[in-house]
Design a protein around this ligand. Structure first.
Ligand code: NAD
Ligand code: UDP
Length: 324
């Protein structure tokens, strides 16, 4: 008799924005998902619909401390880390620790369990880039002692130690460099441009554009990001791969689009640009296209419409709760 044993995957940062969508995807694909999070920036609301499933477990744990997971593991996705600038400025030491000690613990766990591990890196490893678009060949322009250094350097160390485990211990590793990703389950007040602008537009408040608004970003919708990560995990490629949407626009243009799509009366208000804020960011996705046969499918406009609906519904629920 053949017994169908589910593959087991540990997802750290599972209660966060990206982690919770990855939990959904791997549950849908028939995996046993072990979700781990210390809830420092995430919320159990993001995964509460999975509690009670026989193939889902949640472990409340800080991965910067020794990580123990009972039973076998086939895969590990290490996504735990504050990701929004206001988060990593508020908790800089935890950010450095989860990228360094946390990654070290998870690499050790992967080695012990003989599991494949994929770590979440970021376009921030390119810092304030001097070339555009940014390909994986570019080494970056990061200020290690600036305010963003705690995040950027933790992620650069994460990439270095992951490659070292791969080369020295023969560990089966993957590295994804994630560019700005957005969609449902972002925290409305996480300080990132997209949820901030949508919230401000829906409330009719001024839209706070930092600097002149001429700095650029390229926004990738969550379902495209999850598909890219899924494909990378099951590809044989072990060097870093950019996953993002190359549709680049200025932040001022993003604000204008959101005002228009929400039919808002909001005005744009310019505020000081944070220190070391990258002037431009756009992924070169040739590598992902070639080796993963992946390209983003959701246009910025379509993704914004879905996100605006999500935040509208969220605010409607909050208002109802306040009136009870
Ligand atoms: P998020 O803040 O929504 O999720 C991060 C999760 O990690 C949270 O649930 C948080 O509680 C958890 N966490 C943080 N430190 C932890 C620790 N020490 N132990 C256990 N859990 C911990 O952020 P996100 O946007 O979902 O980002 C997830 C990952 O993707 C991060 O590693 C981030 O660096 C990376 N990333 C995200 C983006 C993006 O645009 N969202 C871009 C580049 C990289
Ligand atoms: N930004 C802004 N207003 C806000 C929040 C952010 O103008 O209320 C700017 C920010 O300075 C940056 C861009 O929008 O130039 C994207 O910021 P976000 O925090 O979303 O992402 P990151 O800087 O990490 O790419």
């Amino acid at each position: 008799m053949q017994v169908n044993v589910r593959k087991r995957i540990l997802i750290t940062g599972a209660a966060g924005f990206l982690g919770s969508h990855l939990c959904d995807r791997f549950i849908q694909e028939g995996f046993h998902v072990i979700a781990m999070d210390n809830l420092i920036t995430g919320s159990l609301h993001n995964i509460e619909h999975l509690f009670g499933l026989e193939n889902f477990d949640f472990l409340h744990h800080d991965v910067s401390k020794f990580v123990h997971v009972p039973g076998p593991l086939d895969y590990i996705l290490h996504f735990a880390s504050p990701a929004s600038p206001i988060d990593y400025l508020r908790i800089p030491i935890q950010t450095l620790k989860v990228g360094s000690l946390g990654t070290h613990n998870l690499l050790g766990l992967a080695k012990d369990k003989k599991a494949r591990i994929l770590v979440a890196s970021t376009s921030e490893v390119y810092g304030d880039p001097l070339v555009s678009p940014q390909s994986e060949q570019y080494w970056g322009n990061v200020n290690p002692v600036g305010p963003r250094g705690v995040y950027d350097e933790a992620k650069r160390f994460q990439e270095a130690i992951t490659m070292a485990y791969h080369n020295f211990h023969g560990l089966d590793t993957r590295i994804v460099r994630i560019f700005n990703t957005y969609g449902p389950r972002m925290r409305p007040n996480d300080g990132r441009a997209l949820p901030s602008f949508i919230g401000q537009a829906l409330r009719g408040e001024d839209i706070t554009v930092f600097g002149t608004g001429e700095q650029t970003r390229s926004f990738c919708y969550i379902s495209d990001q999850v598909e890219g990560i899924y494909r990378l995990l099951f590809s044989p490629y072990t060097y870093p791969v950019n996953i993002g949407n190359p549709e680049e626009l200025t932040i001022l243009n993003l604000a204008q689009k959101i005002i228009s799509l929400t039919n808002s009366s909001s005005k744009i208000k310019l505020e000081p640009l944070p220190e070391d804020d990258p002037k431009r960011r756009r992924p070169d996705i040739d590598l992902a296209t070639t080796i993963l046969d992946w390209t983003p499918k959701i246009s910025l406009e379509a993704g914004l419409i879905k996100s605006i609906k999500y935040f509208k519904d969220l605010y409607a629920i909050e208002n109802t709760n306040q009136n009870i």
